[in-house]
Design a protein around this ligand. Structure first.
Ligand code: ADP
Length: 431
């Protein structure tokens, strides 16, 4: 099917980019003045390197491209060039008016999506030590997109921004306070995913969105957020995306003494320790098999069972901790790859929370919800799919409108005096 038919040349297109360590996820949207942006296509370049694979899916689910180029795709810039080749054939006359980028870290100051210029790019590059595995790749994507779409407004959308309204109690580590001032604080991540879920809840289950909820973003990266009446109050990730829950390849929270021991006694170098904590720990490290939960669920190895048990145990304990922060719990919402797809993990987490009055409807859980709690359950449980790309597209269009109307705020400035800006300020968004 040719998705391009019937599109007018004057329409506004927005391209979203999520440049990871070994993948480039992208999507193309068309502005709809009265509705959410309409998704035209979604794609990913996976396993950037010798075995790279490019897949593009049209909005109707039809596969546009699925190929492994001979010789692979060496880096982000080459991946983007490949994607642009597809875009050229898909929409020969297309010129994206805005490119929205998922940027993992906005630091202490960038509290809302912002237009990227040279100054912002420098500021974001200075944050690279805070997210060494993500930020440099994100920025490589920005630079490649700036070169590829020189006319477009480039917009940074931060994974940290959603959590900026946490009070100081929840942002401060029990370290000498001078380190807080130096930026060593709990930032939180997965913010675009949480915004997306809160938005969907607000539309489909407003009574749930108005209460005390924990959103469990369980994917290869995993975290949870405590949200009261739409306002984020705490999250499990902290200074880096290593903290909190056990993840696919990341450790989650550790006794800091373990790190000292590994450095001092086991003699790991700093790069070795970093690699181990980000890439070789979590489900992969404990199971010795894989970071993919599907592989572990299908395995009879005791280490795979232990890894799953640990993942569930730590997730359930985190719900308990966040329920304390919220002073009670009205709903638990599962999202992301594991949260949306593994009925077994959802059931195991819920079992450990039965003492709080949570019980699932096994059939609803098996079929994926959206409501999966039993009628008699004191806490509702739901499965809500996250759509970070749609969130980025909305933010990018909002910034584009500000640029076009000359109302763009200074980066990070609290621009809540203006209704349009207020609507898109983190924490207030869509509440
Ligand atoms: P990320 O965006 O952090 O890379 P995702 O949210 O896409 O991760 O989640 C990916 C993970 O979800 C996979 O590694 C896999 O473990 C898990 N997953 C996906 N589908 C299923 C499924 N049907 N059953 C169990 N786990 C699944």
């Amino acid at each position: 099917m040719d998705e391009t038919r019937g599109l007018s040349p004057g329409e506004t297109l927005v391209f979203t980019l999520n440049a990871g360590s070994s993948s480039l996820k992208f999507a193309l949207f068309r502005e709809d003045p009265d509705e959410d942006p309409e998704r035209l296509a979604t794609g990913v370049v996976e396993a950037i390197g010798p075995n790279a694979r490019l897949r593009v899916t049209h909005a109707d689910g039809g596969v546009a491209i699925d190929e492994r180029p001979a010789g692979g795709i060496p880096n982000q810039a080459a991946a983007l060039a490949r994607v642009l080749g597809w875009l050229e054939s898909f929409r020969p006359e297309a010129a994206a008016a805005a490119v929205g980028h998922r940027i993992v870290h906005g630091g202490p100051d960038l509290a809302r999506p912002v237009r990227i210029d040279a100054e912002i790019l420098d500021a974001l590059a200075r944050l690279e030590p805070l997210a060494p595995l993500h930020q440099p790749n994100n920025l490589a994507g920005v630079r490649a997109a700036m070169a590829a779409f020189p006319q477009a407004v480039q917009v940074a959308c931060f994974d940290t921004a959603f959590h900026q309204s946490h009070d100081r109690l929840r942002q401060t580590f029990p370290l000498p306070l001078k380190y807080y001032e130096a930026g060593v604080r709990r930032y939180g991540f997965h913010g675009l995913s949480y915004e997306s879920v809160v938005d969907r809840l607000g539309r489909q289950f407003p009574e749930v969105a108005a209460g005390r909820i924990v959103v469990a973003h369980l994917g290869n990266g995993a975290s949870m957020a405590a949200i009261r009446a739409g306002r984020p109050v705490a999250t499990t990730m902290g200074f880096t995306a290593l903290d909190g829950l056990m993840m696919g390849t990341r450790s989650g929270s550790l006794d800091p003494g373990v790190l000292l021991y590994l450095l001092e006694v086991e003699g790991l170098s700093l790069p070795e320790l970093t690699h181990m904590l980000y890439e070789e720990s979590g489900l992969r490290g404990v199971s010795g098999l894989s970071n993919d939960l599907r592989v572990l669920e299908a395995s009879a190895e005791p280490a795979a069972a232990l890894a799953i048990e640990m993942f569930v145990d730590r997730a359930a304990r985190a719900v308990g901790e966040l329920a304390v922060v919220l002073g009670g719990l009205d709903a638990l919402v599962f999202t992301a790859g594991i949260g949306e797809n593994s009925a077994r993990i959802r059931a195991s987490i819920a079992e450990r929370l039965a003492f709080l009055g949570l019980s699932l409807d096994p059939q609803a859980n098996a079929s994926g919800g959206p409501v999966i709690s039993a009628t008699a359950s004191l806490i509702r449980a739901l499965v809500v799919s996250t759509d970070e790309e749609a969130m980025i597209a909305r933010h990018a269009l909002a910034v584009l409108r500000e640029v076009r109307t000359g109302t763009s705020a200074a980066p990070g400035r609290d621009s809540s005096a203006r209704p349009e800006a207020r609507r898109h300020r983190s924490g207030d968004f869509l509440c």
